[in-house]
Design a protein around this ligand. Structure first.
Ligand code: DX5
Ligand code: ZN
Length: 215
C-alpha cells in the first residue's frame, strides 16, 4: 500500500512559505503537517495560525495539525473550522481524551493521537478504537533536528500489529531519515513526517527527494 509522506512545515523555508507549499504540493507530498506548540506542553513555539491559513489557502491536499499543547480540547473546534483535515492531540495533555476525539469526529474531521516517546501502548490501548491515526513520536516533541530514539521501535511494532484489529494507521514523527522510511515501511508504518532529516535543506528538488523516498 502507498505510504503517506507528510512535510513538517515548521522546517520549511519561511522566506516564502507560499512557494514552499506550492512546490511540495506539485512534488507529490500527501499531507501537510503543521506543528503547534504552547511553550508549556513542549518548551518551544511552532507554527502560527497565519501560517496554517496560508498553507490551507494554497493547497487542496490534506493538512494535519499536531497539537503539542496543554488542554487541546479548547482548540480542536477552532482548528476544524480553520480547515484542518486531521487533528492530532497528545493524550498526555488532556483529562478527557475520548471526549475530545469525539468532538473532532463531530466536526467531521479525522482524529489522531500523537504519543510521546515514553508513553506506552498500554496507556493508550483504550483509545485505539477511537482514532484513525496513532502518531509515534520518535523524538521528544517540540524540536526539529534531533536524534531518533531507537527505544520506540518495539512500541511501533506493537502498534502496527494492533492497527489492523482497530483499523488505524501508524505514523512516525521525528528524525525520520530515508533509511528510517525504508526500514519502518517494511515494519508496516503507514506514514512519515519528514523534516530536516529527509526533506528540507537537501540538495535536490522536493520532487527529486520525494521520488527517491518513494522508491
Ligand atoms: C518534532 C516535529 C517534527 C520533526 C521535524 O516535534 O514534530 O517537525 O521532528 O523533523 P526532523 O526531526 O527530521 O528535523
Ligand atoms: Zn509534528
Amino acid at each position: 500500500m502507498t505510504k503517506l509522506l507528510c512535510s513538517s512545515m515548521m522546517c520549511a523555508n519561511f522566506s516564502n512559505l507560499k512557494k514552499e507549499t506550492q512546490e511540495l504540493d506539485q512534488a507529490g507530498i500527501d499531507i501537510f503537517h503543521m506543528d503547534f506548540m504552547d511553550g508549556s506542553f513542549v518548551p518551544n513555539f511552532g507554527m502560527g495560525l497565519q501560517d496554517f491559513e496560508l498553507v490551507r489557502s494554497v493547497t487542496d491536499k490534506p493538512v494535519d495539525v499536531h497539537l503539542m499543547i496543554q488542554e487541546p480540547s479548547k482548540y480542536v473546534e477552532m482548528f476544524a473550522d480553520l480547515g484542518a483535515d486531521i487533528i492530532y492531540i497528545h493524550p498526555e495533555a488532556d483529562q478527557q481524551v475520548a471526549r475530545t476525539l469525539e468532538t473532532i469526529h463531530q466536526k467531521g474531521k479525522k482524529a489522531g493521537i500523537a504519543i510521546n516517546p515514553g508513553t506506552s501502548v498500554e496507556m493508550i490501548q483504550g483509545l485505539l478504537p477511537l482514532v484513525e491515526y496513532v502518531m509515534v513520536m520518535t523524538v521528544n516533541p517540540g524540536f526539529a533536528g534531533q536524534k531518533y530514539l531507537a527505544y520506540t521501535d518495539p512500541k511501533i511494532e506493537k502498534l502496527v500489529a494492533l492497527s489492523k484489529e482497530y483499523d488505524f494507521e501508524v505514523m512516525v514523527d521525528g528524525a525520520i531519515s530515508p533509511e528510517k522510511v525504508e526500514r519502518l515501511s517494511k515494519v508496516g508504518v503507514a506514514g512519515f513526517v519528514l523534516g530536516t532529516s529527509a526533506l528540507f535543506g537537501k540538495t535536490g528538488t522536493y520532487s527529486e527527494t520525494l521520488s527517491k523516498l518513494r522508491a
